[in-house]
Write a protein that binds this ligand. Structure first.
Ligand SMILES: Cc1cc2nc3c(=O)[nH]c(=O)nc-3n(C[C@H](O)[C@H](O)[C@H](O)COP(=O)(O)OP(=O)(O)OC[C@H]3O[C@@H](n4cnc5c(N)ncnc54)[C@H](O)[C@@H]3O)c2cc1C
Length: 348
């Protein structure tokens, strides 16, 4: 079990903000998990689990606690028939390595989720989604370490309350209770997705006269679209979409339509507004503020160009929120999670 001290959170997260974490422990074996929680308990310090840090933001004060970095590796096909394959991946696997593995073998179900940064273990936390797929459609179960009972247990996907960017892991009384060790998915074997596809993917397909909808080729197309539109965390600091899209009721739908905002109807009948559209409509696409830039290609993405401080992020976030609120009357909810600063610092 590798323990490091005073590690900058900015180096562990793709938004590249945040002061030092008192301790960082790399979890590379199952037995490291109880040991790491014991270490934190002995030192009376809080804990925070981190994967790739692609959806997490650190504060300037850092974290007076113990960060557990999930580095558990392994992918295993549990069973395979001509129709479906049950496949398990350890939580510290890179999500995109896992998607690549499945697409290369012709398994369908997560090909549209290609190139999403981060780990397998974090994917269920906010029910990652893109281009018409999200993992609630294929997740069978997760194995978790319960830090209250100190047991490894299996939670079925039906127990996770999976919704748009929301599950029991990031919403409600169980937040912080489980360390996700592994996830098991049921994918289709030798099947291809069928048109019509999600808008931007369909547009790409039409423009490039694509007719091969195999997982490998959908992965190639999604990767091309993303490379064109989204920042690569290696070269540009961001946490992906900074705000969530907004689900609305019929009354708000009527209000949105009156303001000329496009209202999307999801497959489950719920109505949704694209927050990127509101940011663009408020004249902020490509705008620079407090060391950040609203991406000129995808207005939902806030790129950290030169900011070093959480206060800069706070100022940029307020500016965007206020302009959108003034123009449209809708409140933008932040998507990335924030690491608390830890007990001692809160008390001081
Ligand atoms: C450029 C870019 C593009 C993105 N595109 C998308 C997209 O298309 N769709 C999408 O849904 N998201 C997208 N994201 C967000 C991000 O990639 C996902 O949320 C991803 O799942 C984060 O993985 P991570 O390992 O980096 O999570 P982290 O940021 O490390 O953690 C995220 C949250 O999960 C918790 N967590 C992490 N690992 C575990 C674990 N093992 N057990 C329990 N809790 C855990 C953390 O405590 C934290 O609350 C994008 C981000 C970036 C930077």
């Amino acid at each position: 079990m590798l323990i490091r001290e005073n590690v900058p959170i900015s180096e562990l997260t793709t938004m590249r903000l945040g002061g030092k974490a008192r301790f960082v422990i790399e979890i590379s074996e199952l037995s490291d998990i109880p040991e790491a929680y014991k270490f934190a308990a002995e030192k009376k310090l809080p804990t925070f689990v981190l994967g790739g840090g692609a959806n997490t933001i650190g504060k300037d004060e850092g974290f007076d606690g113990v960060i557990l970095l999930n580095r558990l590796k392994g992918i295993e096909v549990i069973s395979e028939t001509s129709d479906e394959v049950v496949i398990r991946a350890m939580g510290g696997e890179e999500w995109d390595d896992f998607v690549k593995y499945t697409c290369e073998r012709g398994y369908s179900g997560i090909e549209c989720l290609s190139k999403i940064p981060g780990t397998v273990g974090a994917a269920p936390v906010q029910n990652i989604g893109a281009y018409g797929q999200d993992i609630s459609q294929v997740l069978e179960s997760v194995e978790v370490y319960d830090r209250e009972t100190h047991e490894l247990i299996v939670l079925g996907a039906n127990e996770l309350k999976m919704g748009y960017r929301s599950t029991i892991f990031n919403n409600g009384p169980l937040v912080g209770r489980y360390f996700i060790v592994a996830a098991t998915f049921v994918l289709e074997n030798e099947e291809c997705l069928e048109p019509p596809f999600y808008n931007s993917l369909q547009k790409y397909i039409d423009e490039h006269n694509e007719t091969d909808f195999s997982p490998a080729n959908i992965r190639k197309m999604v990767s091309n679209i993303r490379a064109e539109k989204l920042p690569d965390p290696i070269h540009e600091a961001s946490a992906g979409s900074f705000f969530k899209n907004i689900f609305i009721d019929d009354g708000e739908g009527a209000k949105a339509k009156a303001l000329g905002i496009k209202v999307w109807e999801k497959a489950d009948g719920r109505k949704m507004i694209n927050s990127g559209y509101l940011i663009e409509g408020a004249g902020l696409k490509g705008a620079r503020m407090h060391g950040f830039k609203v991406s000129e290609k995808a207005a939902l993405i806030l790129i950290n160009e030169s900011a070093k401080s959480y206060a800069d992020l706070d100022a940029a976030r307020s500016e965007i929120r206020n302009k959108v609120q003034e123009k449209y009357g809708f409140y933008l909810e932040q998507e990335p999670v924030e690491i608390p600063i830890g007990k001692k610092k809160e008390a001081s």
